[in-house]
Design a protein around this ligand. Structure first.
Ligand code: NDP
Ligand code: 2IT
Length: 452
């Protein structure tokens, strides 16, 4: 955060920094928003007088709780559970649960804060929330994961509900975990409602929800490229991660005629110059989702693939980069390498994967750069569609949901253009567009609802 800030932004951030110095990821997420919204609020006094931004950075409610469970050896295990209910101005709290050893209050507050803007951008009536635990599902048996999920939900169920707060998945929380969490909620509350999204298709899950974040991210990249007079077809794409978001970003990019040459996990990345086609992706899905193996095994299974232990994929030459693993995985140096190698478009599948220095490099070089709150909103958007289907007790076809997802990603792109396009050029500042676009609806709802 070395570049000089606007004095009003600096004044705002000095207070945020002083109060939340121990929550660095949260401060980082607030600063990205403040750089755009503080000047906007200065020009729109109604928001300034009502201290909307000051209110938005304080969660409406935070729950922190003990999660005790018994492992397969009969030993006691203790984890910490969290749910951040950030903002309910435009709908019930909505946002994922993350199970990862790095989870703490700072990380979940940053994610919950981002979620408020993202959910607003989707056009659907969803407030923002996030939760999770420092539980590490890696290396745990199905039985241990179930025991943990049941204990976690035993406390969480007191605070959530289909019209109150609707969690879903995130890192370390997929179909298996959502299934166990839903089962325990139903057992304790004796209610079959849409209290979670990302459910199995047999019990109220929506078609296309597993695909939605990755597909949506690719649809957004396609929108950006088309608006700039280009197209995704024929492009070389570098993707990080090999989980839910990365897998379906890879699938859709390939279907649209691009060539995906990398995927990664926290141990390293694979480079496949021939492209990760449908058949190879099926291998990865089996490897990651069923066998719960490591991406390294992909390099052992196919010819011509290189594995780089302990490295990130940003040094591989590409036209489009999609960081789909985790926060701060792409720093200033990596951003400069991407730009030097000719990368013209970065669409974030993960939340806050680019550091402030990396964003600065993208902005200085005026490449197409979409922040996650715009480009990865497809996941929560289809979660919103799952809520609608559950309320109506109906199930839409895959084609219907995919069509609605595409329309939503196009609408988010239009919102970014509306608030982010430079006056005398076709350049779109997607950070500005997404932040103002997400802010206005929430801010107007907060104004209308008074000082609550
Ligand atoms: P998964 O758990 O399915 O996959 C996560 C992937 O990222 C894995 O390949 C994992 O590798 C890697 N990863 C996780 N943490 C780290 C780390 N600290 N360093 C390096 N690699 C890491 O999660 P998702 O695919 O669901 O989520 C990925 C990102 O997308 C997250 O930022 C999430 O917040 C965001 N997101 C997810 C949405 C969803 O619908 N699921 C919606 C919108 C955003 P390993 O297996 O080695 O841990
Ligand atoms: O970051 C995100 O948007 C998600 N993890 C998805 C949240 C959701 O409620 O589907």
């Amino acid at each position: 955060m070395e570049t000089a800030l606007d004095p009003k932004v600096q004044e705002f951030m000095d207070k945020v920094q002083a109060k939340y110095a121990h929550e660095p990821e949260f401060v980082q997420a607030v600063q990205e928003v403040a750089e755009v919204i503080v000047p906007y609020v200065e020009e729109n006094k109604k928001y300034k007088d009502a201290k909307i931004l000051e209110r938005m950075i304080v969660p409406e409610r935070v729950f922190i709780f003990r999660v005790p469970w018994l492992d397969d050896k009969g030993e006691y295990q203790i984890n910490t559970g969290y749910r951040i209910q950030m903002n309910s101005a435009i709908g019930p709290y909505k946002g994922g649960l993350r199970f990862h050893p790095s989870v703490n209050l700072s990380i979940l507050k940053f994610l919950a804060f981002e979620q408020v803007f993202k959910n607003s951008l989707t056009t659907l009536p969803m407030g923002g929330g996030k939760g999770g635990s420092d539980f590490d599902p890696k290396g745990k048996s199905d039985n241990e994961v179930m025991k943990f999920c049941q204990s976690f939900m035993t406390e969480l169920q007191k605070h959530i509900g289909a019209d109150t707060d609707v969690p879903a998945g995130d890192i370390g929380v997929g179909a298996r975990e959502v299934g166990y969490l839903f089962g325990q909620y139903k057992r304790l509350r004796d209610e079959f409602t849409g209290v979670l999204t990302g459910k199995g298709l047999e019990f109220g899950g929506s078609l296309i929800r597993p695909e939605a974040t990755g597909y949506g991210c690719v649809y957004f990249a396609e929108e950006m490229l088309t608006f700039a007079g280009d197209e995704l077809k024929g492009k070389t794409v570098v993707i990080s991660g090999s989980g839910n978001v990365a897998q379906y970003a890879c699938e859709k990019a390939t279907q649209l005629g691009a060539k995906v040459v990398t995927l990664s996990d926290s141990s390293g990345f694979v480079y496949d110059p021939n492209g990760i086609d449908a058949e190879k992706l099926a291998f990865i899905m089996e490897l990651k989702n069923v066998k719960r193996g490591r991406i390294k095994e992909y390099a052992e299974a196919f010819d011509g693939v290189e594995y780089y232990e302990g490295e990130k994929p940003w040094g591989i030459k590409c036209d489009v980069a999609m960081p789909c693993a985790t926060q701060n995985e792409l720093n200033g140096e990596a951003a400069q390498t991407l730009v030097n190698n000719g990368c013209i478009c970065v669409a974030e599948g993960a939340n806050m994967p680019s550091t402030p220095e990396a964003i600065h490099v993208f902005e200085q070089n005026k490449i197409l750069y979409a922040p996650g709150k715009a480009s990865n909103a497809g996941g929560v958007a289809v979660s919103g569609l799952e809520m609608s289907q559950n309320s109506n007790r109906i199930a839409w076809t895959a084609e219907e949901v995919d069509y609605k997802l595409k329309l939503i990603m196009q609408s988010i792109h239009q919102t970014c253009v509306k608030y982010g396009k430079e006056e005398h050029s076709d350049f779109v500042d997607y950070v500005k567009g997404a932040n103002i676009g997400g802010f206005v609806k929430v801010a107007d709802a907060m104004l209308a609802q008074g000082l609550v």
